[in-house]
Every structure is written in C-alpha cells, then in structure tokens.
Write a protein that binds this ligand. Structure first.
Ligand code: ZN
Length: 227
C-alpha cells in the first residue's frame, strides 16, 4: 500500500430503501420523460424518469439542527467538509440489556476505542439493529443527554447510530439526545447499517445527504474506508 489515499476496504453503512415498504413508505412513480417534464418526445421505447414522494426521515438519514431548532442550520447549510472525516466506532454491544447509558458508560466505551478526539465522527454500534420487531429489541440500550454531553465535550462533529433513534425505551425525555446535539449544531445519522463489519475502531467516513435548502433531514449514502 502506497500513498496517503489508498484503502483496502470500502464498507457501505447505508440501509437500502425499498419503495412502498415500511411504515413510512418511500413512493416512486414512473413515467415517460415527456409525461413528467416539459420535454419533446424522444423516439426511444424506454426513456423514463420518476417522481419521488417521501418523508424526510427514512432509511439511513442525516438529521440537521433545523429538525429541532427553528433557527438551526438545514441540510443546505451543512458543508461537505463537516460530513466527512475520521470516525471512531463506539461499541456498546457489551452493555447489558435494559441499560440507561450515561456519561460514565460512554466514557468507558470511548476508552475501549482509544478515545474520542476533537473533530471526530462518533458512530454508536448497539448491535440491536437486526433485532427490530423482536422482544429483545425492547431491551436495547437507552442513551441519555449525559451520554451525548460526553461526546459533545470531547468535540465530536457528527454522531451516528445503528438504531432508528438515539433515545431508547428507558431514556428520560423524548428528545433527550436530539436536543443536546442539535442545540450544539451537531447533526446525527440514524439507521446506520453494517457497523459490525468494520474491523477497526477508526475509519474514514463520508456521510453525504443531498444539500436541499430548507430541509431538516434526508437519506444519505454513508461509506466507510478502511486502510
Ligand atoms: Zn430520524
């Protein structure tokens, strides 16, 4: 391996979106290009486009401060620079069922990963992502505002989880994790996939939603690079 930009593995951390499935369907409608846009008919049997209708929180998605903070930055205001960089993988899988995860537990997990550094992206691996719909899922770890406070104090710029929400069943406060992050102008990702396939506690990550002006959240393709 030579040079500073080489890598051995690319791991896709994105959950595919299947149109029409789930409680928040992502809908697509296909039409010929001249039916959906102002366009002269093209003499080719298959020349199509789609209309897309979706809720903004679907699949692997990035939530901007504007989601919970009226004056917060929207997706169009986030720079690419703050959505790429070194990520530390915080492995919560040894945390017992029904745990309420505070600052001390988060610090312990962070130490196990070699520490959280200023400017890091922090990804939380709970291991419960594939247990959605099972009884075990109800015993997933419940993160708290104090756990987020630990990450904020360490200087993270972006947080991510493999679950559909940061807060768990025992988290005190519906937005206990959302608010500390978003009020501190730190976006976060939900529904990350394949974190358990990473072989290192530090990887390079790109987490890039389309920068739509005025939007609070949107799906992103999130990719990790391992040296
Ligand atoms: Zn969401």
């Amino acid at each position: 391996m030579q040079g500073s930009f080489t890598f051995q593995r690319v791991i896709d951390l994105t959950r595919p979106i299947v149109p029409g499935q789930g409680a928040r369907p992502f809908r697509i409608t296909r039409g010929r290009t001249e039916e959906l846009t102002i366009h002269d008919p093209v003499p080719h049997p298959w020349y199509v486009m789609h209309r897309v209708e979706t809720i903004s929180h679907i699949g692997t998605h990035l939530e901007a401060p504007y989601h919970c903070v009226e004056q917060g930055r929207d997706l169009g205001s986030l720079t690419a620079e703050e959505l790429v960089g070194e990520a530390v993988i915080l492995d919560l899988r040894s945390i017992p069922p029904d745990s309420v995860v505070g600052a001390a537990e988060m610090a312990r997990v962070a130490e196990g990963a070699g520490g959280v550094r200023p400017g890091d992206i922090a990804f939380l691996l709970t291991g419960y992502a594939d247990r959605v719909g099972t009884a075990a899922y109800e015993h997933r770890p419940s993160l708290t505002g104090e756990a987020m406070g630990y990450l904020i104090t360490r200087g993270v710029k972006l947080v991510g989880t493999d679950l559909s929400g940061l807060e768990g069943p025992l988290t005190p406060g519906h937005l206990a994790c959302h608010l500390p992050l978003l009020l501190n102008d730190i976006p976060f990702l939900e529904n990350l996939a394949n974190l358990e396939q990473l072989t290192r506690s530090r990887v390079f990550v790109c987490a890039l939603p389309i920068p739509v002006v005025g939007l609070d959240s949107f799906p992103a393709r999130v990719v990790a690079f391992e040296p």
